[in-house]
Structure formats: structure tokens, C-alpha cells
Design a binder for this molecule. Structure first.
Ligand code: PRP
Ligand code: URA
Length: 210
């Protein structure tokens, strides 16, 4: 099987990840950076979109050129923190539909608990990109992928900004068919299931709730 983990090496992504890690970065800048990183990662995650050749008349001559060949996409943020990545994705793929999957991590067990799920009606015709800034134990991502598979989309990709090795392993073990896009792979999880060094609680930092 080809490698399913795609790590970003673009300098702009690395720079912006440093900014969101900084505990002194305020909510406005944090939110903006999450959106900008999502846009840059969307560029990488859509690299394999199929093209078809078309002929277009320029002011000078006929040109053989390319357009995306009708691939339909859906973005599915895992609430809450995934919401921070949606607008950045839509800035590149404005016709994408958006599903929502609400999950929170029980603070004691670290197990994900689903509280909301609404997918586009035509999801079976679409490729889904799940977005969530953090891949920690991988519990939320694994459950989200399993839940979305129930709807029968054409394909699923997972896009997170910071990942822990434990989370990557969990997703690879449970869903070996899924491509994972990560801006950066961190060292480990701490005893509370937080990514080290990470950036803290992504939802709280995006929405200013702490
Ligand atoms: C965070 C994060 C992921 C999850 C990752 O959400 O946005 O969804 O934790 O952890 P895991 O890989 O161990 O499952 P959280 O549960 O804090 O909810 P929130 O986005 O509402 O703050
Ligand atoms: N969720 C977060 O928001 N941050 C972590 O480090 C782990 C899970």
C-alpha cells in the first residue's frame, strides 16, 4: 500500500504553525492562522483531483487546457474546532458542500461522544475531507471516519494540523484506506491526552472559551 500519511513541508505552513503554537497568540490571530493553514493544506490535499482537457478560445488563439473533471467534494468539520478550518477550505473549493459532525472528548475517559451529525443529501456522489486541527489519541478521527463511511461517500480523507504518533497509528490501524494530511507530527501525548508540544486546546483557542 502506498504511504497514506502526507506531511506538509511548505515553509508558509511551518511558519504559521509556529504562530498558532505560541501561547501569546491571541484569539483573532489564532483563528486567522487556522484558516490560512487550512487553505494551504487544501491545496496539497486536492493535488490528485482528476482533470479533463478542454478547448478554450483566448483573445489570441484556441488553447488546449485543463479543468477539474466534475469531482464533487464535501468538507466535514468535527465540531467544534474543525469549524475553524471550513472557510479556509471553501476559499479554494467554494462549490463544496459542508457536513457537520459534533463530537466532544470525554475529559475522564478521553473517548469521543457524538452529539450532532448532518451530512449533505448527495454525499454518496462526493469525496469527503474531514477537518479537525488536532489528532491526539485518534479516537475522534477514527469514530468520525467510521460514522461517515456509514453514509457511503466515494472517498474520505482526513486533514489535521497537529498530530501525535498515537493518533496517526490509531487511524492507520482502524482505517488503513484513509489518506491523512498533517501539517506537523509532534512528539507524544501527555497524561491528559494533550499533544506535546502541541498548541493546547484548539477549540478554546479558536473560540476564546478559556
Ligand atoms: C479536540 C479536537 C479533536 C479531539 C482530538 O476536540 O478538536 O476533535 O479533541 O482528540 P482525540 O484525537 O484524542 O480524539 P474536543 O473534544 O476538545 O472538542 P471541542 O472541539 O468541542 O473543543
Ligand atoms: N484536543 C486539543 O484541542 N488539543 C490537544 O492537544 C488534544 C486534543
Amino acid at each position: 500500500m502506498s504511504e497514506k500519511l502526507h506531511l506538509m513541508d511548505h515553509p508558509l505552513i511551518k511558519h504559521k504553525v509556529s504562530l498558532i503554537r505560541d501561547k501569546n497568540t491571541g484569539v483573532k490571530e489564532f483563528r486567522e492562522m487556522i484558516g490560512e493553514i487550512a487553505t494551504l493544506m487544501c491545496y496539497e490535499a486536492t493535488r490528485d483531483l482528476p482533470l479533463k482537457e478542454v478547448e478554450i478560445e483566448t483573445p489570441v488563439a484556441m488553447a488546449k487546457t485543463y479543468v477539474i473533471s466534475g469531482k464533487k467534494l464535501a468538507i466535514v468539520p468535527i465540531l467544534r474546532a474543525g469549524l475553524g478550518m471550513v472557510d479556509g477550505m471553501l476559499s479554494l473549493i467554494p462549490a463544496a458542500k459542508v457536513g457537520h459532525l459534533g463530537m466532544y472528548r470525554d475529559p475522564d475517559t478521553l473517548e469521543p461522544v457524538e452529539y450532532y451529525c448532518k451530512m449533505p443529501a448527495d454525499i454518496t456522489e462526493r469525496e469527503v475531507i474531514i477537518v479537525d486541527p488536532m489528532l491526539a489519541t485518534g479516537g475522534s478521527a477514527c469514530d468520525a471516519i467510521a460514522r461517515i463511511k456509514e453514509f457511503g461517500p466515494k472517498n474520505i480523507k482526513l486533514m489535521c494540523i497537529i498530530g501525535a504518533p498515537e493518533g496517526v497509528k490509531a487511524v492507520k490501524d482502524a482505517h488503513p484506506d484513509i489518506d491523512i494530511y498533517l501539517a506537523t507530527l509532534d512528539e507524544k501525548l501527555n497524561d491528559h491526552g494533550y499533544i506535546v508540544p502541541g498548541l493546547g486546546d484548539a477549540g478554546d483557542r479558536i473560540f476564546g472559551t478559556k
